[in-house]
Design a protein around this ligand. Structure first.
Ligand SMILES: *Cc1c(COP(=O)(O)O)cnc(C)c1O
Length: 336
């Protein structure tokens, strides 16, 4: 193994290492090896990638003496659900700033779990949230301080200079998986929503598995945005931990061809792929992140743009979001 990073303190929250599964029937169909890093198994209700980042972010919050976590996201945010549950686990308060106005049927899936965990929830219409998030966050912080609390602000998706350590560490785990399977030069594919998973994987794999490449499939914004975002989060990490050994990676690429109709909105091909993989491999993807990324990987393969013999799809979780989109599976053709 190459020389180590100097990792900052973390809480031990995720179930890890997660399995690296071989998708045998899909691989046989496509004529190359498709693997799945099962980060949907990092926890039961804590499923997904956010918990790995939150291990570092919550350690930082506790070191700062925080008693209240404040963060933001969509109504069905996986990140907010994981933060709410982890706050309860650590004995902290949690307040969520959410985009959207919940109707009765929205108290389901991730939002239901955040509510169950006792988070205080503030919702704003998208037209207010989008342009004013920064001010909203500042107002809520000021209010919490006036109430005598010590709030700790967590960026969207826990993607920042602290959260990036979660996937640097995950990259070390993945490199060990590869070593034991004889995989030396894989293409590692993940979804990009706020960019922290991509940033951490790229930094970590550059050190632990230098012949690996990372392909991130954007589910919002565009490639230029994510390139800037990755650079900014890594720069923040380097600034805070100048001697930790973190270097700017050049082993990754962002593809923004598969966003479809928009963030959280998907075409029929995405729902079809979710059904197909559930039946073919017992693998359940979500329509917001993982199915779009998987679809993008399959399309890039078909277009001949991937030359690696091993593709590793990082399953970043999201299963609860599927329940909030149940109506898309009612079509009788999906249940034949
Ligand atoms: C947040 C999320 C992502 C995107 O990860 P980022 O680090 O924000 O880019 C992917 N999949 C799921 C299920 C997520 O919840």
């Amino acid at each position: 193994m190459p020389s180590e990073f100097v990792f900052p303190p973390r809480l031990n929250l995720a179930l890890q290492p997660t399995p690296l599964d071989f998708l045998s029937r899909l691989s046989a169909e496509l004529g190359l090896r498709i693997w799945c890093k099962r980060d949907d198994l990092t926890g039961g209700v804590l499923t997904g990638n956010k918990i790995r980042k939150l291990e570092y972010v919550l350690a930082d919050a506790l070191a700062c003496g925080a008693d209240t976590l404040l963060t933001c996201g969509g109504l069905q945010s996986n990140h907010c659900r994981a933060t709410a549950l982890l706050a309860a686990k650590e004995g902290l308060n949690c307040e969520l700033i959410l985009r959207g106005e919940p109707g009765l049927h929205d108290h389901d899936a991730n939002l239901l779990l955040s509510e169950l965990a006792g988070a205080t929830i503030h919702t704003y219409p998208a037209a207010v949230y989008q342009p004013q998030l920064f001010e909203l966050a500042r107002e809520h912080r000021a209010r919490l301080e006036a109430e005598g609390k010590t709030p700790y602000w967590i960026a969207t998706g826990a993607s920042d200079g602290v959260g990036v350590w979660g996937y640097i560490r995950a990259a070390r785990e993945l490199a060990n998986d590869c070593l034991s399977q004889g995989i030396t030069a894989p293409l590692v594919v993940c979804a990009a929503g706020s960019g922290g998973t991509l940033a951490g994987l790229a930094v970590g794999l550059a050190r632990y598995l230098p012949r690996a490449r990372v392909l991130a499939i954007a589910v919002c914004d565009d490639a230029t945005y994510f390139e800037g975002r990755v650079g900014a989060d890594i720069a923040a990490c380097q600034q805070r931990w100048p001697d930790a050994g973190v270097q700017m990676p050049d082993n990754f690429q962002v593809c923004d061809d598969y966003i479809g109709p928009g963030y959280g909105e998907a075409g029929a091909e995405i729902y079809q792929l979710i059904s197909q993989l559930a039946r073919q491999e017992g693998l359940v993807l979500d329509q917001v992140y993982t199915a779009k990324a998987f679809y993008g990987m399959l399309q890039e393969l078909r277009l001949g743009r991937i030359d690696s013999k091993d593709c590793i799809f990082v399953h970043t979780g999201g299963v609860f979001g599927l329940f909030a989109a149940r109506e898309h599976f009612y079509h009788p053709n999906n249940f034949n």
